[in-house]
Design a protein around this ligand. Structure first.
Ligand code: ASP
Length: 432
C-alpha cells in the first residue's frame, strides 16, 4: 500500500498561528519595492547606485531561482502522484473532462467580459498611433501555426531539454502518461509512486522555508523592475498616457475576479470566497510580484493543501495543469489589448471579427507560457487573425510589465477556484 502523504501532512502544522503575517509581509514587500524603485529608479537604471542596484537584483534573482529550482521536480512528481491516484480510482477521464470544461468556460467568460467592457469604454478611440512606434522583432503568427506549435510542444523530443527550457506542458504530458502506466505494473510501480510522494513531501517542506524569504525577494524583484522602467515619474507618466486602456483591463479583471469566480466557487463548493481568497493570498501576492504562474506554483500547491485543505491528490493534478493552460487574466487582457490596438489604428472590428478575437484570445491564453509577459507574445496571433498591425504591441509595452502582474494574480486565483471545484467533485475536501 502506498505511503499516504496526506496522512503525514496532518502531522505537520497546517497553518501558522498567525496566518495573516506572511500575506502582510508580502504586501509590505511589494509596497517597499514600488517605493524604492519609484524613488531611486532612475539612479538604479543609470548605474549611479551600482551596489544598491546589484543588491536588489540579487535579492530578486535568488527568490526567483529558488522557485524555478523547485518547480520542475514538483510538477513532475505532483502529476505522477495525482495521475496515479486518479487512475487507481478510475477517475481519469471524468476529472480531465471537468477540468477542461472549467478551464475553457471560465476563459471564455473572461474574454467575453473583456470584449464587452472594451466595446463600452473604447479606450483606443482617439489614441492616435505614433507611427514611429515599431517593434522590429515582431513577426506575423497565424492562429493555426500557433496551435500546431502548442500541440508539437506536448511531445518534447528531449525531456531534459524540456525541463531546462521550461516546456512545462511537455513535462506534464510525459508525467501523466508515466503516472498512468505506473499503476498498471504492480509492485514496482507502487514503489515509484511512493518515491514521487516522498519527493513531493520534501519539496513542500523546502517551500515552507522559501515562503518566508518571499517578502525580501519581492522587494528586490519589484524595485528593480520599477527601476528598469525609469522610476516612479516615468511609470506615472506612461500610466497616465495609457490610463484608459490600463483601467479597462483592470476593470475587467476585477469583475471576473470579484464576481464571476467567487460565484462559481460558491455555487459548486459552497465555500466562502473571501476565506478562500485569504487561503490563497500568498500565491496571489507572489504571482503579482513574480509575474509568473509557473514560478508561483509551489506556493499555490502549498496553499491548496495547507491553508485551504483541498484534496491533495486532485489538487496536485489540477494545479500544475491550471498554471500552464488556465489563464483567465491573460485571455481577458489579450482581448482588450487587441481591440485597443485596432481602435488606435482607426480599424473597426466587425462582430464576426470580435468572435475571432474571442476564440483566438482563448487559444492565445492557453498557449502562453506561465512566465512574465508571455501574453504579449501570443497576442501577435490574435492581431494577425483580425488583420490588425502586429507592431501595435509596441504601444502597450511601457505598461505591460505592470498589467502582467495583475493578470498573473488573476490567473492564479482562477486556478485556485478550479482546484477547489474539481477536488470538491472528485476528491475528499473537508468542510471549509
Ligand atoms: N505572466 C503570465 C503568467 O505567468 C502570462 C502572461 O499573461 O503573460 O500567468
Amino acid at each position: 500500500m502506498p505511503h499516504d502523504v496526506a496522512r503525514t501532512e496532518h502531522a505537520l502544522p497546517l497553518s501558522s498561528s498567525k496566518p495573516w503575517l506572511l500575506p502582510l509581509l508580502l504586501v509590505v514587500g511589494a509596497v517597499a519595492g514600488f517605493t524604492i524603485g519609484g524613488l531611486w529608479g532612475e539612479a538604479i537604471v543609470s548605474g549611479d547606485m551600482p551596489f544598491f542596484a546589484g543588491f536588489l537584483k540579487l535579492l530578486g534573482d535568488l527568490f526567483m531561482n529558488a522557485l524555478k529550482m523547485i518547480v520542475v521536480p514538483l510538477i513532475v512528481c505532483s502529476m505522477i502522484v495525482g495521475m496515479a491516484a486518479l487512475s487507481e480510482q478510475h477517475k481519469v477521464g471524468k476529472t480531465f473532462g471537468y477540468t477542461f470544461l472549467y478551464y475553457f468556460s471560465t476563459t471564455l467568460i473572461a474574454v467575453s467580459i473583456g470584449l464587452v467592457l472594451v466595446s463600452i469604454v473604447h479606450p483606443g478611440v482617439g489614441f492616435g498611433v505614433d507611427a514611429s512606434v515599431r517593434s522590429e522583432s515582431v513577426r506575423v503568427i497565424r492562429w493555426y501555426d500557433a496551435l500546431f506549435d502548442l500541440v508539437r510542444g506536448l511531445v518534447p523530443s528531449n525531456l531534459v531539454e524540456a525541463a531546462a527550457k521550461g516546456n512545462i506542458l511537455g513535462l506534464l504530458v510525459f508525467s501523466l502518461v508515466f503516472g498512468g502506466i505506473l499503476t498498471r505494473i504492480g509492485e514496482p510501480g507502487q514503489k515509484v509512486i511512493e518515491l514521487a510522494e516522498a519527493v513531493n513531501e520534501v519539496l513542500m517542506r523546502i517551500v515552507r522555508f522559501l515562503v518566508w524569504l518571499a517578502p525580501l525577494g519581492i522587494i528586490g524583484l519589484v524595485a528593480y523592475r520599477v527601476g528598469q522602467e525609469g522610476g516612479g515619474q516615468a511609470v506615472w507618466s506612461e500610466l497616465g498616457r495609457l490610463a484608459k486602456y490600463f483601467l479597462t483591463v483592470l476593470g475587467g479583471l476585477t469583475i471576473h475576479a470579484a464576481f464571476v469566480l467567487p460565484l462559481l466557487l460558491w455555487i459548486f463548493t459552497r465555500r466562502n470566497p473571501i476565506r478562500h481568497a485569504g487561503h490563497f493570498a500568498e500565491p496571489m501576492l507572489t504571482a503579482f510580484s513574480t509575474a509568473s504562474s509557473a514560478a508561483t506554483l509551489p506556493l499555490t500547491i502549498r496553499s491548496a493543501e495547507q491553508n485551504a485543505g483541498l484534496d491533495t491528490k486532485t489538487s496536485r493534478f489540477v494545479l500544475p495543469l491550471g498554471a500552464t493552460i488556465n489563464m483567465d487574466g491573460t485571455a481577458l487582457y489579450e482581448a482588450v489589448a487587441v481591440v485597443f490596438i485596432a481602435e488606435a489604428y482607426g480599424i473597426h472590428l466587425s462582430g464576426a471579427q470580435l468572435v475571432v478575437v474571442l476564440l483566438t484570445a482563448t487559444l492565445a491564453a492557453v498557449g502562453a507560457a506561465a512566465i512574465p509577459q508571455a501574453g504579449l507574445v501570443t497576442m501577435v496571433m490574435v492581431l494577425t487573425a483580425v488583420h490588425v498591425p502586429v507592431e501595435g504591441v509596441g504601444i502597450l509595452l511601457s505598461v505591460d510589465w505592470l498589467l502582467d502582474r495583475f493578470r498573473t494574480a488573476i490567473n492564479v486565483w482562477g486556478d485556485s477556484v478550479g482546484a477547489a471545484i474539481i477536488s470538491e467533485k472528485f476528491g475528499k475536501n473537508p468542510p471549509d
